[in-house]
Design a protein around this ligand. Structure first.
Ligand code: GN1
Ligand code: MG
Length: 364
């Protein structure tokens, strides 16, 4: 038996395991598909990146609360096919009801694999509108969750913190990458500093009592949404970062990935552009999905959110580059720098389109 098979064997799976193969393209956790014999569901086995999610019991408590709450709402609404509309985590065999295992110093969990479901790296406007409504509904369904969720990564989307982390990386220059730089890295840094203060607007609004924290998904990349074969949204996946945040997180991070015609690590900067047809479609769906709670301040700052997320991601990639690539998985030495350039190009493009975004929101 392989190591993965014996770990899968700790969970109360319905069928006998036949094969375990790698799945997905996450930058943080390692994910596998567990194929079982015919008749039983397949599963997703995941090794939780413990150096990033340091409180796994809290993480799984959040996820169980969120999926349980959504499951209850779907049942009350008489939904069919619930196991494809909300993730289902599998408890251990040992009767403890825990949904995670600690094996040889590593944390693992298993959820049921959603059959006949598809994820995409790119979406057209029609799918973006579905996604906007689905992420909006996700937030709306969680608006009345009775549990208090913890921050699985404290201050995850806090721009002030991300800038502080960048400055710390710069002042240590642990790898000497900055010292060896002929000028480009310093130019990136000064462009980031030029926009730093305006990009911390969310934290200021929150301090002034004008912007609430709500339960958000906080990783609304396009590929974290599952669609059925007809293109209808089934459910939202990758729930590690579901936590209290500003709604800008979900709005901004989706557009960061969906409105960019190229992947976040594409070196083809001339093709990076903030696609307004994706913005319009996603915004229309999102405004519909969040009608029950979205405030005026939240709504009028959605164009800011569309700029904030490429900017924040650029700052995070750049800090990691300077730190020597300790956070994000990389495939070659300049990977985080290529990602930084890409996200800064997207940020500039989004920033130039703020008036157009604001005008469009006014028509909804
Ligand atoms: C990470 O693991 P993945 O790829 O879903 C990161 C996100 C970033 C994203 C950039 C916990 O998400 O915040 O936006 O990479 N997740 C964490 O691709 O840091
Ligand atoms: Mg993911």
């Amino acid at each position: 038996m392989t190591e993965l098979e014996s770990i899968a064997g700790l969970f109360a799976l319905a069928g006998k395991v036949q094969q375990i193969t790698p799945l997905g393209e996450g930058l943080i956790n390692d994910t596998y598909k567990v194929v079982t014999q015919a008749g039983a569901p397949d599963y997703v086995l995941q090794r939780i990146n413990y150096s990033i999610f340091t409180d796994v019991p809290l993480l799984q408590r959040n996820i169980e609360a969120v999926t349980g709450h959504i499951r209850g709402k779907l049942e009350a609404a008489g939904e069919s096919d619930i196991d494809r509309k909300v993730l289902k985590f599998i408890p251990l065999k040992d009767g403890s009801e825990k949904t995670y295992a600690l094996a040889e110093g590593k944390y693992w969990r298993v959820s049921q694999f959603i059959s006949d479901a598809y994820t995409y790296q790119t979406v057209d406007p029609k799918y973006s509108e579905f996604a906007g409504e689905a992420f909006g509904n996700f937030e709306a369904m969680l608006a009345d969750i009775p549990d208090t969720l913890g921050e699985t990564i404290p201050d995850f989307h806090n721009m002030e913190l991300r800038l502080r982390q960048l400055r710390e990386a710069v002042s240590c220059d642990r790898t000497g990458r900055l010292a060896a730089d002929p000028g480009e890295l310093h130019a990136i840094l000064s462009e980031m500093e030029d926009h730093g203060e305006e990009m911390c607007r969310a934290e200021r609004l929150h301090r002034e009592g004008k912007l609430p924290k709500r339960i958000c998904h906080c990783d609304t990349k396009v590929n974290n949404m599952m669609f059925d074969s007809q293109g209808k949204v089934l459910c939202v996946i990758d729930l590690d970062t579901v936590m209290p945040s500003f709604v800008f997180s979900d709005f901004g991070d989706f557009l960061r990935t969906a409105a960019n015609p190229v992947p976040e690590d594409s070196p083809e900067l001339e093709r990076v552009d903030f696609d307004m047809s994706i913005f319009r479609a996603f915004a229309a769906g999102y405004i519909r999905g969040t009608r029950s709670f979205l405030t005026g301040v939240e709504r009028e700052n959605l164009p800011y959110a569309a700029c904030l997320f490429p900017f924040m991601q650029a700052v995070r990639f750049f800090a990691d580059y300077i730190n020597g690539d300790t956070y994000y998985k990389t495939s070659y030495p300049e990977h985080n720098l290529v990602r930084t350039r890409n996200q800064m190009a997207l940020f500039r493009s989004a920033l130039s389109k703020v008036p157009e975004m604001t005008a469009f929101l006014g028509t909804l």
